[in-house]
Ligand binder design. Structure first.
Ligand SMILES: [Ca+2]
Length: 520
């Protein structure tokens, strides 16, 4: 029996490749999963960003494989977003709702998450050599080589040389052992604090590095500055933000960090090429969510939940393919990897394998919308521990719990904010740098482009219960159409879709959503 189980993945894989992909793929592929931290969907050259020299390595990677332009993450904060990536399950299915100890005590009494699988552990069990470098955050993943995630091991996730060295050693070991590999390599760039930003202080670095031993670079930091220093006037402004000098000055710093993230990726890809394993390796790149400003990170608009998704598999995926039409959710990635590697279907995943898109068979892919949610940051564990069980008025009792649910389509974004009642606000710890700039920006009387900054400030703090945006006309999500007569049919369709997802995933906020709809 044991023999049959050990050869089963390879047998299933042969069935798979004979059916769908080129016969030249005669063994289980390696997987190199690359993630950026807090990278906006439109912050790469291949996704349309016009800043010259921003992301040469990722642009080249995209040109060598498939770029899926409409991919969406599950929740716009680091830890739970990555949990969803590895498990193929939404936060409400695993209970991985925020940072810190998860699931929280108050989540579900029946612990329905115990059968959760992770793609990492499944590959390990099937004989893959597995490891991880940089930011991770999944309690479900086990590795054959211990995770390499401490700040002194990675230069706070920002030192290209440390990533290159680790990757080189890992690929060498995989070759020596003759095993297929899974490597998850995750930069901390472009997470705040951004390169050369005034907040990037020695005190912050000291605090982040803790007691770890490290040797400073010439700049006094445990990582080098980006090779490129962009001119603020050249920096494109993402849709939600005004085209103001103060905004552009901050974006210079953000784009510098994006550029260093690209350098980290370039080093890992060089190491892969040197190893001679590149032709047998599926490289996947995505971000864990949008940039760390209000209206992006922590938000469910495309600026918060949309990500570039690049997949390269030499000789299997045609080079230079751009998929503008298909819509993919992050929960689809683990089931896709499982299929490509010949593993049995992931039973508990909320997603489906999109392997048909790799060969251009779009007709077989039916996803019309992508679900995303926000629950809480859990940045106050004591407050979290004070709540023993879930109740429908949790958002009223518990300031940091701010449940929102969204469906994104290519042309529309629908959001329900279960906590918003006109007076409740986001906790102060969730109000970011852009929010902090709004009082100052409001003094600019000459700005005719952006409108009322103080209205935006109030909106960020309080939101409204239901939002609908026509993205073709309003990519910045500034004009809420949920009350407009012309859009009622679209609104009803999203409400039906939302009910379906919440029911299917047994979301703990389902009853609150139904109650909201009953009162409309
Ligand atoms: Ca993140």
């Amino acid at each position: 029996m044991q023999v049959i189980l050990s050869i089963l993945p390879g047998f299933l894989f042969l069935l798979f490749i004979c059916g769908r992909l080129s016969a030249s793929a005669d063994k289980q592929p390696n997987i190199l999963l690359l993630t950026a931290d807090d990278l906006g969907w439109d912050s790469l050259g291949c996704m349309g960003n016009q800043l010259e020299g921003l992301s040469p390595n990722l642009d080249r990677l995209a040109s060598e494989g498939l770029l899926i332009k409409h991919a969406y993450i599950a929740t716009p904060i680091c830890g739970p977003s990555r949990q969803a990536l590895y498990t193929g399950r939404f936060p409400q299915s695993t209970g991985m709702l925020g940072h810190g100890a998860q699931p929280p005590n108050w989540w579900k009494s029946d612990n329905t998450n115990t059968d959760t699988q992770s793609i990492t552990s499944l590959l390990l069990e099937s004989g893959y050599l597995t490891s991880m470098i940089g930011k991770h955050g999944s309690d479900w993943c086990r590795f054959s080589i211990p995770p390499h995630g401490r700040n002194e091991q990675t230069g706070m996730g920002r030192d290209p040389e440390k990533y290159l060295q680790f990757s080189r050693d890992f690929f060498t070991r995989a070759k020596k052992e003759g095993k297929p590999f899974f490597l998850s390599a995750n930069t901390h760039d472009p997470h705040r604090y951004w390169a050369r930003h005034s907040d990037e202080t020695s005190g912050w670095i000291k605090n982040m590095m803790g007691d770890g031993k490290w040797k400073p670079f010439a700049n006094g930091k445990p990582y080098p500055d980006p090779k490129t220093r962009f001119d603020p006037k050249d920096c494109p402004v993402p849709a939600p933000y005004p085209n103001e000098a103060k905004i552009k000055a901050n974006l210079t710093s953000y784009y510098g960090s994006v550029n260093r993230m690209d350098q980290v990726v370039g080093g890992i890809l060089d190491a892969l090429k040197e190893s001679g394993l590149a032709n047998d390796t599926v490289v996947i790149f995505l971000s864990d969510h949008g940039m760390a400003w209000d209206l992006s990170k922590w938000s469910l608009y495309p600026s918060g939940v949309r990500t570039p998704l690049i997949i390269r598999w030499p000789n299997q995926i045609k080079t230079g393919r751009i998929d503008e039409h298909s819509l993919v959710s992050v929960v689809d990635i683990a089931p896709t990897i499982a299929e490509l590697c010949g593993l049995p279907r992931m039973k508990t995943s909320d997603g489906k394998s999109f392997s048909s898109l790799l060969t251009g068979q779009h007709a077989n892919w039916k996803r019309q919308s992508a679900f995303s949610c926000f629950n809480y940051m859990n940045n106050d564990p004591k407050m979290d521990e004070s709540v023993r069980s879930y109740s429908s008025d949790l958002a009223k009792q518990f300031e940091q719990y701010r449940p929102s649910r969204a469906l994104n389509e290519k042309n529309f974004c629908y959001v329900w904010n279960g906590w918003s009642n006109g007076t409740a606000t986001l906790p102060k710890t969730m109000l970011g740098e852009f929010h902090g700039m709004l009082d100052d920006l409001a003094k600019n009387q000459s700005d005719s482009e952006y409108g009322d900054y103080l209205k935006t400030k109030n909106f960020i703090e309080c939101r409204v219960p239901e939002e609908l945006y026509d993205l073709a006309k309003d990519p910045a999500c500034r004009e809420n159409l949920s009350s407009e007569l012309h859009y009622q049919k679209t609104l009803q369709s999203f409400r039906q879709g939302m009910k379906k997802v919440l029911r299917k995933t047994q979301d703990h906020e389902l009853e609150n959503y139904l109650s909201f709809l009953n009162n409309q």
